[in-house]
Structures are given as C-alpha cells and as structure tokens.
Design a protein around this ligand. Structure first.
Ligand SMILES: [Zn+2]
Length: 490
C-alpha cells in the first residue's frame, strides 16, 4: 500500500512540543502524521512499516538491525531521509507506539543520541539489552503497560524525568554511564533496579513508587538522590553499594525499608525520613557519617551487627520506645557509644549509653541467676534513667525523703520529751517533724545532738530506718550529682 498523495493534499503534522515541530506530513485526512496519531487512529502494521523506513533513513546504511530491514519501503525511506538533518539526534518525540510484538520491539537495538520525549507506549515497551550510544531522553514518556530496560546500556546521560510507568518498570542489570535522571518519576508497578549500575549521579528526587522498589545489589558510584521520594510499598536496598553520598532526606517509606548488608562509603543522610514499617539496617556498613536527625521511626528499627565507622546522628529523631530498643542490640549500642565517646560527641554517647544499659537490664532479667544485677539495673533505671536524668534522680530523692519521714512516724521518735508514734495515721505536724528528723539524720556523726530542738530517734526500728535512709539518700544524691556532671560536660 502506498501513502503517496497528490501534492495539493499534503499538509504538515500538527504535533508540537515546546520548540519542536514535527517535520513529517500529516496522514490522509488527519492533521497528524502516522507517528503522532493516537493508537486507535492507525493500523499497527502501517506504523511499523513507517517506523522501519524512518529507522533505515536514520541509520543511513545497510543495517543488520533486526526487524528494521524487513519491511522497509524505499519510497518512504527517501521521503524520511529528506526530513533528517545530518548529525541530528534520533527523534521519536511524542511518537505514539502501538503494542510491540515479537517482530517489532527494541530488544538489543543500538541507538545514537535519542529523543523519546513525551512519547507514549500503549503496550509493553521492550528495550531489554538495548544500547544507547549517546544521550537518551525519555522525559515525560507515558508507559501504559510494563517497560523493560533490563540489561540496557546508557553510555551518556539518561533522562526519565517525570516519566510515568503504569506497569512494571524493569531496569534489572542496566548500566548508566552518566547521570540517570528519574526525578519526579511515577512508578505505579514494581520498579526493579536489581544489579543496576549508576556510574554517575542517580536522581530519584521526589520519585513516587506505589509498588515495590527493588534496588538490591545496585551500585551507586555517584550521588544517590532519593530526597523526598515516596516509597509506598516495600523498598529493598539489600546489599546495595553507595560509593558516594546516599541522600534519603525527607523520603517516606510506607512499607518495610530493607538496607541490610548495604554499604555507605561516604555518607548516609536519612534526615527527616519517615519509616512507617520496619527499618532494617542489619550488617550495614557506614564508613561516613550516618545522619538520622529528625527521622521518624514508627515501627521497628534494626541495626544488628551494623558497622558504624563514623558519626551517627539521631538528633531529634523519633524512636518508638520499646521497639527501638528491641531493634538494636547491646553490642551495637556499645560500639556506637564507644565511637561517640572517642570523638567527644557526648550527647550521642549519653543516648547510646542508656540504650546499652537497657539491653543489659533486659539480659539480666532473662537470666534467673542474675536477679541481683537485674534488680540493681532496674533501680538504676527507675532512679536516674541510668545516670542520664538529673530530674529523675532529684524526684527519686524527694520521694525517698518523704517515704522515710513516714517510716519514722510509724516506728516512732522523740521530740521535746514527747514520743511521736502514730502508727499508720500521721498528722501533718508529725509528718513535718519526721521530715526534719530525716534531714537532721543525714548529718554525719553526732552533729544532730548539737542542734537544739532536733527530733531524736527512739527505738531500734527507727534506727534501722535511719541507717537505710542515710544509705539510700547518699546513693541517690551521688546519682543526681553524676547526672548533673554529665549534663555539664556536654
Ligand atoms: Zn507528526
């Protein structure tokens, strides 16, 4: 079938995108060329015949390129050749592709500089093992079904800026020689970047992943930018390698975030990131600073056997109390604490010291023969949060004083020749006297006997309480002073 029309009927295609105007002729009665007509306005075989001829014109030589040579129409080749400027990029700008099939696809195809901007693929797009010898632009492209770029090689920059994938996006084992730009891209199906290699900056800024995002064993040799990316399902970065900065600032992980065995060689920034599901950093290696400041962990956080070689920052991070504790282990907390102490980050050292102590307490609780250690640790926690809280120590001190005052009322004491002994019911004035007795009792030696009008201990029971009170008070006072000292050293 020939598309030849009389010269009078030929009008240019009306497709425009930015400054780019389609150079081809409109098709028949339509105002668009065969490439820009919507899928229901053209026959697929007609589209492929034109595309084969156009590709042949682009290749300017006998190609051994798959289906390109099979259905070439020489008239069409000549007509397309006239509209191609030498050295120009390959334009597929805004092309509307019908569904690809076994004969018509770009598997293993070799492209020069290529512009698919604003194109639309109505069926699955097959680019597996394709080679893009120069830059490749797929910005604003709509993939109505799956897109397969598995094993594809991008020698220069690849732009998938604000691309929309309605189906699965497969970039398994793809290699990006220069910058890969997926900023603002929407992945509605599974995004598969397993074993992909990014040799320069990988931009996933504000990208949306509504299905699983799989980057396991991916290699990021340039900066990995996932700032304010939204990952609504599982995010898998297992054993991924980040040679440069990994930036997940403001990213939202709504499903499980798996960074187990990942290596962060420069820095890992999870500043203000939100983890709604489990955050797993087991056996991860942080060679640079790990910044989790302002991060929100709503579920469990695992750092088992993680290796932190530089600073870890949890400034103002929200950690879900007990589950946070469960997610770490004593050894990890201890290694971070030692690291913080070595570098003089005393605030961090304090936080991780408390976590370490909490693990120790839990360990003692589970071991019956360590009941005494457990009891002491529990007291240490209750009275001063492992020496980290001067306020709690002060409150414990006040409570201890009041309890001992009450114990004196019950056990009885002498005041101005009157025996105060009220059993369980203490009047406020008696309690006040007992409180004074508790204070006086803290003075060393027989100093109390020199204070006129001081209440005096009366019975052996009271003396036992008095000894206990002195011990408890001085222990709590020491904890308070130690906690204050820790505060001031920061
Ligand atoms: Zn056109």
């Amino acid at each position: 079938m020939s598309t030849a029309v009389s010269p009078a009927e030929v009008k240019p295609c009306s497709y425009k995108h930015g400054s780019w105007n389609c150079p081809f002729d409109a098709q028949g009665d339509h105002d668009r060329c065969i490439f820009h007509l919507s899928v229901d306005q053209k026959a697929p075989e007609e589209f492929w015949r034109h595309l084969a001829s156009y590709l042949r014109a682009l290749l300017c030589a006998e190609g051994d390129l798959l289906w390109v040579g099979e259905e070439v129409d020489d008239t069409l080749v000549n007509s397309y050749s006239s509209s191609i400027k030498p050295g120009d990029a390959w334009h597929f700008h805004g092309f509307v592709f019908p569904a690809m099939d076994e004969e018509h696809n770009f598997r293993g195809f070799v492209f020069a500089a290529t512009d698919f901007m604003d194109a639309r693929f109505s069926g699955e797009a097959h680019f597996a093992d394709a080679t893009f010898g120069a830059w490749a632009v797929f910005a604003f492209v709509k993939f109505d079904a799956g897109a397969c770029f598995g094993g594809a090689k991008f020698a220069e920059g690849a732009s998938f800026f604000q691309t929309e994938y309605a189906g699965a996006a497969n970039f398994e084992g793809a290699t990006f020689g220069a910058e890969a730009n997926f900023n603002g891209t929407t992945f509605s199906g599974e995004a598969d970047f397993v074993d992909a290699t990014f040799n320069n900056r990988a931009g996933f800024f504000a990208a949306k992943f509504t299905d699983m995002a799989v980057f396991s064993r991916a290699t990021f040799n340039g900066r990995a930018d996932f700032r304010i990316a939204k990952l609504s399902d599982k995010a898998n970065f297992h054993a991924a390698k980040f040679a440069s900065m990994a930036n997940f600032a403001g990213a939202t992980f709504e499903g499980e975030a798996n960074f187990s065995l990942a290596t962060f060689s420069t820095g890992a920034r999870f500043w203000d990131a939100k983890f709604a599901g489990m955050a797993n950093f087991d056996v991860a290696t942080f060679n640079g600073e790990a910044d989790f400041s302002f991060a929100h962990f709503l579920s469990v956080l695992f750092f088992r056997e993680a290796d932190f070689k530089a600073r870890v920052d949890f400034y103002e991070a929200r950690l879900p109390g007990s589950s946070w504790m469960l997610g770490m282990d004593e050894r990890t907390a201890r290694s971070i604490r030692l690291l913080a102490e070595k570098h003089g980050w005393s605030a961090d050292a304090g936080v991780f010291y408390a976590i370490e102590m909490d693990y120790r307490r839990r360990r003692f609780r589970k071991t019956p023969r360590c009941w005494l250690q457990y009891l002491l640790m529990e007291l240490y926690r209750l009275t001063s949060h492992y020496g980290e809280s001067p306020g709690r120590a002060l409150a414990s001190l006040a409570v201890a004083l009041l309890l001992f005052s009450y114990s004196f009322v019950i056990s009885g004491f002498w005041f101005m020749g009157r025996r105060v002994d009220r059993d369980l019911w203490a009047t406020p004035s008696d309690l006040w006297l007992a409180f004074r007795l508790a204070l006086v009792n803290l003075l060393p030696g027989n100093l109390p006997s020199y204070i006129p009008g001081a209440p005096v201990l009366s019975s052996p029971a009271t003396r036992t309480w008095a000894v206990a009170q002195v011990i408890v008070t001085y222990v709590l006072l020491t904890m308070f002073l130690l906690a204050i000292r820790r505060r001031f050293r920061r």
